[in-house]
Structure formats: C-alpha cells, structure tokens
Design a protein around this ligand. Structure first.
Ligand SMILES: [Zn+2]
Length: 433
C-alpha cells in the first residue's frame, strides 16, 4: 500500500535528477529573496551558479538553530508574511524561541510527507487515530491531525495529558492507533492498569507512532509487551516542518522522502561528510519548502543512512534509529556518553522498570559523578536489601562495560520517579546549574 506510488518507487537516478533540479532552484531562490542567505553565500565565496550537481552540496554553508535565534523572528523567511498561513514555534529553553512559518504549499507538502509515512506503517481510513501529542505551537498535534484527516482516518484530537480521559476515550471510541511520545505511552499503560484497564485486552489499540524524544529498541519491546500494539518510530523537527517521516511496516529505518528532502551525514566536529553507512550528524536540505527553506540544516541528531531498496518496495533512503542528539551528549570525566546508551543498557535488564533519571554532578575534588536512578520493575521478585544491592552492582557493571564510566546506581521503588506527559526530561546536569 502506497500513498503516492509513482513517487515512492522512483529509481535512485530519477530521485537524484529531481533533487538536483530542486537544489539548483532552491539556491537561486534563497539567494534572491533572503538577505540572510545572500550574505552567507558571499561569506562562503559562492554563487548559486556554482551549484550544478549534488556533488557541489558541501560547498554550501550550514544553517543551525542559532541562525534562527539570531534572526528572530522572520529573518530567514524567503516569502512576504502575506504568503504565510501559519506559524509554529519551539519553546526557548535557552534564549529566544525559534519561529517557523508555512505557506499553503508548505502545509500541503507536510501533509503529503506524513500521509506517505502513515500509509507506509499501515494507517488507513479504517483507523481511529488518537492524537496525544500537544496541539498548539508545538508541531506534533496539528501535524498528525492534518495528515490523518487527509487520508480519511477518524481523528481523536485529544492532545497531551489528561491521562484518565485518554484511557476512557481510547476504550469507548475504539482508538486503533495512537500518536504520542514513547515515555507517555509507557505512562499511559501504567495508568491504565491502575484503572483496571488492560490495553491489550480491553481496547482496540493496535499501533502507536512514537517520537519527539530519542528512544531505544528495548523501550519498543517493552511498550509492545505491555500493550500488545506495534510501535513505530517517527522523525521530524519543528524547523523542518514537524513530524514528517515514520518507519514502514518493515521497521528497519525511517524513509526520508528524497524528492522533498536531501539528507547527508557529517562528522559533527569537522563538518565533513562521512562515508556511506557511517554514523554522524544528520544534515537536511529542504527541497520544496517556501516560507523557511533550510540549506544544510544541522539537526544535531546522530544517526546513519541506509540507501538500499527497502523490503516494502520504497526506494527512498532510510535514516536509522536516532542514537542521540549531539547537544544531549554528556561528557563525563572526558568520556562521551549519550543518555540513549544508558537507556539501552537499563531496558535490557528484566528487573528494571521503564522509568529512570540520569544525574550528573561534580564532586568537591572536581571529578564528575554520574548517578543513575532507576525504578524496580513491578514484576521483579526482589525482597531483601541484599538483593537490591546485588542488582545495583549488576547494573553498574553493565553500564561500565558499555559507557566506560562508572555510575552510581540507585534502585528505587516502582512509582517513585517523575512521570512526563510530553517530552521526558530524564537528565539533570547539576554542573550547569
Ligand atoms: Zn520501507
């Protein structure tokens, strides 16, 4: 099943031709309509006529989040506001928020991208889709809403939070698909069981589309075991539009629609493109966006790209599971640690529950100290303090073998740690406070 079979199965060569044509048009547009880009091009000593093929891409300067902040609110827009039909904005945790504008075509293309994705993971007009991402300036809610309606699914626009009501309506209205953060799905399942509702037995839910925070393969397994649903990964960032791409039913990577987005992987330190299949930072050039086109946008997300044709028949490249964010990387005693690596280790240990916190602090002697707090699983058969101490030691040893850093592990009772309705904030870096 395809949403747009002609485009989704184009040959690599045909896709490349589209990309080259659109890239050439894009560099001309931004040069002519955006003082920001014209200045950037001049600083880099390049002119749109220098960009003839995809191999010229590395000549173009990068753009990053700081550029949007520096030009807040509209400095990178390439159309007059009369053509902008919507704003979204990301919360400014540090400094100004970033504002993204959309023309009517931008909204149509966003919907097209997510419709292709939703169909690729089996969503259809027979589905009832519970959208439990936040609505509003955050792109999650409205992004899924427009796409699900466009493909004819029945939308339940419940937004984030209000967990008891989520479960009640899921049951009563028969939601078959849910879209939310993976940490919220875990919380929902927990809450449901406290209400005496078994999601697998008592609801029609069959699939979930989870994203907006990095999550691991082990968390996927846990969600699926707890709820009996199939869990799909979604990718998108507010600057690129919002949720755009999901895994297909093969679940081996997320298809990026190459006619709309040009992806590269670079070494985050040097900015050089890495070899095929190597890990690095995902960099995206938007090929069809009008209001806020982005050239070589540094997403900060660490992943790698698979270019082989997928078992589903789609030819577009796949980005593999996001391993973490370059920004989220913690440096502990000189060692690079991604929170996602810690989650990966924890979720492989059966006695460990789904909730954890990572705390980094600096001791009086100046050395960094990593503390991992984790809840005991409800199912773990552990009674004595001795058992807890043995479990803490086992977790610390597993973490050491993967991270190369010792962590102080504290196992706490189920239900003790904080729950999150939106994006989980699992890292507290006290060195920055
Ligand atoms: Zn596929």
């Amino acid at each position: 099943m395809y949403w747009n079979p002609a485009i989704e199965r184009l040959s690599a060569k045909e896709l490349e031709e589209i990309q080259e044509r659109r890239l050439r048009a894009l560099v001309n547009t931004v040069y002519n309509y955006s003082p920001f880009y014209r200045k950037r091009f001049k600083e880099a000593g390049i002119h749109p006529s220098d960009i003839k093929s995809l191999s010229d891409l590395p000549k173009l300067p990068f753009t990053k989040k700081q550029d949007l902040r520096d030009t807040y609110p509209f400095g990178m827009f390439c159309v007059p506001l009369s053509q902008v039909v919507r704003f979204h904005a990301s919360s400014g945790t540090t400094g100004k928020p970033t504002v993204v504008g959309y023309t009517a075509n931008d909204i149509r293309n966003w919907v097209e991208s997510l419709c292709r994705a939703l169909v690729s993971c089996g969503v259809s007009n027979d589905d009832i889709m519970q959208i439990a991402y936040g609505y509003g300036l955050f792109t999650g809610g409205l992004g899924f809403h427009y796409a699900a309606e466009r493909l004819g699914a029945t939308v339940l626009p419940i937004s984030a939070g209000n967990t008891a009501r989520q479960i009640e309506l899921m049951k009563d209205l028969g939601s078959t698909v849910i879209a939310c953060t993976p940490s919220y799905m875990i919380y929902l399942a927990e809450y449901a069981s406290q209400m005496g509702v078994d999601i697998a037995e008592d609801t029609n839910l069959r699939a979930g589309i989870f994203g907006a925070e990095p999550w691991s393969e082990e968390t996927r397994k846990r969600i699926e075991e707890k709820t009996g649903i199939t869990a799909y990964d979604v990718y998108g960032t507010s600057e690129l539009s919002g949720p755009l791409f999901t895994e297909c039913t093969e679940r081996s990577g997320i298809h990026v629609w190459a006619d709309m987005f040009l992806v590269e992987i670079i070494d985050p330190k040097t900015g050089e493109q890495v070899g095929e299949g190597e890990k690095g930072e995902l960099v995206v050039t938007t090929l069809t966006k009008e209001a806020l086109p982005l050239i070589r946008w540094r997403t900060g997300d660490i992943t790698y790209i698979e270019n082989d044709k997928c078992g589903c028949g789609r030819t577009h490249p796949r980005i593999m599971r996001i391993l973490g964010r370059a920004d989220d990387m913690l440096i502990i005693r000189g060692v690079n640690v991604f929170p996602s690596q810690i989650e990966h280790v924890l979720m492989q240990i059966p006695e460990v529950g789904e909730h954890y916190m990572i705390i980094v602090d600096r001791r009086e002697d100046g050395l960094d100290e990593l503390t991992v707090q984790v809840e005991l699983s409800e199912k773990a058969e552990i009674d004595t303090t001795g058992d807890i101490l043995r479990l803490e030691k086992k977790i610390a040893e597993k973490l050491k073998s993967v991270l190369n850093v010792w962590a102080k592990v504290e196992v706490v009772n189920p239900g003790t740690l904080q729950r999150f309705e939106g994006k989980a904030k699992r890292v507290i870096d006290k060195r920055k406070i």
